[in-house]
Design a protein around this ligand. Structure first.
Ligand SMILES: Nc1ncnc2c1ncn2[C@@H]1O[C@H](COP(=O)(O)OP(=O)(O)O)[C@@H](O)[C@H]1O
Ligand SMILES: [Mg+2]
Length: 378
C-alpha cells in the first residue's frame, strides 16, 4: 500500500503509530484506519482538486472570506498562490465545521489532530467495534427509519443554528454508530448567513434524507421538512428544541425588503466573482452595502447576511430528536456518545472488511444556478 505523503509525515512524527488499512478511496479524499495513542482512529487525507471540482470548491467557499486579506486577494485573482489558499481553506473547512458542531452538541466524530492537511479523528464504530456502516448500507424497519429521521432532522436544526449547512448530506455521509447516526464529511459545508445557496443546499440536504429514509417509512416522503426548517431559520424562530412536522405552506405576507436587499447583495457578490473569474475589471459599486440588520434580534450577523440566532440555550450534549434511535445492529439506543475514552475495548476492525466503494459525487452535481455559475469558465 502506497501511503500519501501527509500520512507518512504523521507516522514519522509519531502522531500515528500504524496505518492499518485504507477504509475508502474516493474522488475527494482517501480515508485510512490508523492507530493513534494505542487505539483506532481514522485519518482523512484530502486530494488535490481537478479543474471542475476546483471551481466547485471556489463556489462553495463563497462567503468564507479569509481574515488574511493577502490570501483572500490571491484567491480572488485566481493566482497559483490563491489556488493553494483555496485548497488549504477547503481542507481546514471540515475541521472548522466539526469543531463548531461538536460545540453545538451535534453528533459528529471527535477531531484529534489536523496536521499537514490530514484530519485524524475518532473512528465511528458499530456495536462490534467495526467501522460503522453508512446509512446507505443498512436496512431499517419503518419505525427505525422514522426515529433515525427524527434524530437527523434534529441534528440539522442544531447545525443550522450553529451556522453550518452540510451541503452534501445524504445516506453516504451518515454513519450508523452503535449509539445512533453520526454525520460526517464537511469540507463543502457553508454558512447559511453568508452563502446565497444556503437555502437551496439545506433543503436539498433534508430532502435527501427524507427520500432515502422514505424508502422504509413512506410517510416521510410527503413532508416539506427542508422548506419548513429554512422558513423557521429565515424568520428567526428556529430553536434547538424546534420539532418539525413536514407541514409547510408558502407564506404570501408583505414583502421582506431586507431579505430582498440581502439577496441583491448576494447576487452582486456573485457577479463580482464571475467578473474576476473572467479577468474583467471590478465595477464601481452603485450603492453602499446594506448595514447589518437589527430587526430580528440582538446579534449583528455577517455583512449582507441575516443576523445569527442567539447562541444561548443550546444543549451541550448530543440530544436525540424525540425518541431514541433503535440502532439497526442491536446497538444501545440513545446512549450518550463518547469520545476516545469510550472506544470499544474489543479489537477494532483491523485487518477486516473490504475497502468500501466510493460514494458517487452526487452532492455537488445538482445545483441549478450554481451549476450555471460554475459553467461560466468552461
Ligand atoms: N470518522 C469515521 N469513522 C468511520 N468511518 C469513517 C469516518 N470518516 C470517514 N469514514 C469512512 O470513509 C468514507 C469516506 O469518508 P468521507 O468523509 O465521506 O469522505 P469523501 O469525501 O471521500 O466522501 C465514509 O463513507 C466512511 O465509510
Ligand atoms: Mg462522503
Amino acid at each position: 500500500m502506497r501511503l500519501p505523503d501527509g500520512l507518512l509525515n504523521l507516522l514519522e512524527q509519531g502522531v500515528l503509530s500504524d496505518v492499518v488499512r485504507p477504509l475508502l478511496s474516493g474522488k475527494e479524499a482517501d480515508v485510512f484506519l490508523v492507530i493513534r495513542e494505542g487505539g483506532p482512529a481514522v485519518a482523512k487525507v484530502y486530494k488535490e482538486a481537478n479543474d471542475r471540482s476546483f471551481r466547485q470548491r471556489v463556489a462553495y467557499t463563497e462567503g468564507r472570506r479569509l481574515r488574511d486579506s493577502r490570501r483572500q486577494r490571491a484567491i480572488d485573482r485566481g493566482s497559483s498562490f490563491g489556488k493553494e489558499a483555496v485548497e488549504s481553506q477547503w481542507r481546514s473547512a471540515e475541521v472548522d465545521a466539526i469543531y463548531k458542531l461538536r460545540e453545538a452538541g451535534v453528533r459528529v466524530p471527535e477531531p484529534y489532530e489536523f496536521i499537514d492537511g490530514v484530519l485524524v479523528m475518532e473512528l465511528v464504530m458499530d456495536d462490534r467495534g467495526e467501522p460503522a456502516p453508512r446509512l446507505c448500507d443498512v436496512t431499517l424497519t419503518e419505525d427505525e427509519a422514522v426515529e433515525v429521521f427524527g434524530i437527523l432532522i434534529h441534528q440539522v436544526v442544531l447545525m443550522t443554528l450553529a451556522g453550518v449547512v452540510h451541503g452534501d448530506l445524504s445516506d453516504f455521509n451518515v454513519l450508523m454508530a452503535w449509539d445512533g447516526p453520526v454525520i460526517i464529511d464537511f469540507p463543502q459545508a457553508v454558512d447559511p448567513a453568508a452563502n446565497r445557496n444556503g437555502a437551496k443546499l439545506l433543503i436539498r440536504d433534508v430532502d435527501n434524507l427524507a427520500r432515502f429514509l422514505g424508502r422504509f417509512a413512506p410517510e416521510l416522503l410527503g413532508g416539506r421538512f427542508g422548506d419548513e426548517l429554512w422558513s423557521h431559520y429565515e424568520r428567526n424562530t428556529l430553536k434547538p428544541e424546534t420539532r418539525l412536522t413536514g407541514r409547510y405552506k408558502e407564506r404570501r405576507g408583505p414583502a421582506d425588503t431586507s431579505a430582498l436587499l440581502r439577496e441583491i447583495e448576494a447576487v452582486e457578490r456573485e457577479a463580482m466573482a464571475k467578473r474576476r473569474a473572467l479577468g474583467l475589471p471590478e465595477p464601481r459599486p452603485a450603492r453602499a452595502p446594506v448595514a447589518p440588520r437589527s430587526m430580528h434580534g440582538p446579534k449583528g450577523g455577517a455583512p449582507g447576511g441575516r443576523p445569527g440566532p442567539a447562541p444561548g440555550g443550546r444543549p451541550s450534549q448530543a440530544p436525540s430528536g424525540g425518541r431514541p434511535v433503535q440502532a439497526p445492529q442491536g446497538g444501545r439506543p440513545g446512549a450518550p456518545r463518547g469520545g476516545p475514552r469510550e472506544r470499544s475495548p474489543r479489537a477494532p476492525a483491523q485487518e477486516r472488511g473490504p475497502v468500501r466503494a466510493a460514494e458517487p459525487q452526487s452532492g455537488t452535481e445538482d445545483f441549478g444556478d450554481l451549476d450555471a455559475w460554475l459553467d461560466v469558465g468552461d
